[in-house]
Design a protein around this ligand. Structure first.
Ligand code: EPU
Length: 427
């Protein structure tokens, strides 16, 4: 089993290149199912979730060229989607990656059939997919649930008016892809406004889809008969960017982040300036510096353009070492405080009360062995390791590899004392 060992207390200085966004790359890969032909996807991050999704597509008959590294530009893969020979996403894949559900809409719209294992709960909450299923039913799909799988059939989907109870990122993406090939007009109301949703919409537009309202909560899609393959660049990862801004907050020092997209992070940058980080942006670059101890502030996670749930754990680490008291309220997922006991093992003073965590800032954390529980909680522990005095060992870092490209290399390049080691487990 691999572990990260971090010797904390050393400030950062250097340049980090931000990778393509995992949560934009996954729907872009799913969208290739909508048209037969050769797609080129660029700026793909090198992540476990991306490899899993490519295997999922392979299982459906999509072939892909070996990924090639483009200097300064991330990875590039060519996918051939001419023949789709299977309609199933099996349990073994879906349970390792919930985003597998993204194939449901496009596969059904292109081929008339899809069979997908229901994902079940996960470390951060129940995370049902009822919005995806109800939406497709509204569009005329016939759904049956059997042996843990949902089977969907439709000769051609028809446009419908669909209202989301709460904005759902992958829900909006799935239905937008399905609606692109449906007969007539679909209106998605209370749709997700995340940049990754808008980027998928732009990719679909480039493929020939007729979509209006991207980036707003009402998206209108006029279905077309056929879409065509495209060459597409994945947008920068705003969650990775926010994580490195906060890494500078945790360790002190200064970082320059290249290939970032500052406009995706307005709520985050405003909050980080409020607690005392200096941040400047110019074009695709961000510069961040921490000169003194940070001050506490409250935060509530919200759908975009609010403060993202995917940065809640990392922000909590900053609050754990800031001056004062902070209340962090998580409104998106009901179980996203698994990092709290781990941070408390390092000397943090955090108490969870329902959907809020009350964080009393302490002067210093001290190193200890900790365990990652999910992707963003792992990133929070890495930041904690940078801040804590002594050597912190983080186990179960496979969570980190799902969503952060070479995190330890990027941080080591900016002066962090961080190492990946292979550890024998005693049992
Ligand atoms: N929800 C339902 N029913 C549904 C769908 C969602 O009740 O059918 C609820 C969820 O349980 C949650 C809320 O709606 O309470 C919003 O969930 P959403 O559907 O937006 O989440 P998601 O699409 O499953 C994506 C990201 C997550 C990110 C969330 C919120 C991808 C592949 N995943 O998940 O990313 O936290 O949006 O922004 O885009 C991560 O990268 O670490 C990660 C978990």
């Amino acid at each position: 089993m691999e572990q990260l060992v971090i010797e904390g207390g050393h400030s950062l200085k250097g340049v980090i290149r931000i990778s393509g966004a995992k949560n934009a790359a996954l729907p872009a890969l799913a969208a290739t199912l909508l048209a037969g032909g050769e797609f080129e996807i660029r700026n793909l991050p090198e992540l476990r979730d991306i490899r899993t999704f490519l295997s999922l597509l392979e299982g459906l008959g999509v072939t892909n060229s070996p990924e090639a590294q483009e200097p300064g530009k991330g990875r590039r893969v060519v996918l051939n989607t001419i023949s789709i020979s299977n309609h199933e996403a099996a349990y073994d894949l879906v349970r390792t990656m919930r985003a597998s559900v993204l194939i449901l809409g496009p596969l059904l719209a292109r081929t008339g059939a899809a069979r997908i294992s229901l994902p079940g709960g996960c470390a951060i909450g129940a995370r049902p997919i009822d919005f995806h299923l109800k939406g497709l039913e509204h569009m005329g799909a016939r759904l049956t649930l059997k042996a843990g799988y949902v089977e969907a059939k439709a000769s051609r989907l028809t446009g419908a008016e669909i209202y989301f109870d709460v904005p759902s990122v992958t829900g909006t993406e799935n239905l937008m892809m399905a609606a692109s090939l449906a007969r007539g007009k679909t209106t998605l109301k209370n749709a997700a406004r995340e940049p990754e949703v808008a980027a998928l919409g732009q990719m679909l537009q480039a493929m020939g889809a007729r979509i209006q309202g991207l980036g707003s909560s009402v998206i209108e899609i006029e279905g077309v008969k056929e879409l065509k393959p495209v060459s597409w660049d994945i947008i920068p990862d705003r969650i990775e960017t926010g994580t490195y801004l906060m890494a500078a907050g945790a360790a002190g020092g200064e970082l320059r982040l290249q290939n970032a997209c500052p406009e995706y992070l307005e709520a985050v940058i405003a909050k980080l300036r409020e607690i005392g980080l200096e941040i400047e942006s110019k074009g695709q670059e961000l510069w961040v510096r921490r000169k003194r101890r940070l001050k506490s502030a409250d935060v509530t996670t919200l759908p975009y353009p609010g403060f993202p749930t995917d940065l809640q754990a990392q922000f909590m680490l900053l609050m754990a070492i800031s001056e004062g008291l902070s209340v962090i309220t998580e409104t998106i997922f009901e179980n996203r405080f698994m990092h709290v006991p781990e941070l408390n093992r390092l000397g943090a003073d955090i108490r969870v009360d329902g959907r809020s965590a009350i964080v009393r800032g302490v002067k210093e954390l001290t190193a200890a062995p900790v365990m990652a529980t999910d992707l963003r909680a792992s990133a929070c522990l890495v930041l904690a390791g940078l801040a804590a005095k002594g050597k912190t060992t983080i186990s179960r870092i496979y969570h980190l590899d799902r969503g952060y490209e070479h995190m330890e290399k990027k941080l080591a390049g900016a002066g962090a004392r961080i190492q990946r080691i292979r550890a024998e487990m005693p049992y």
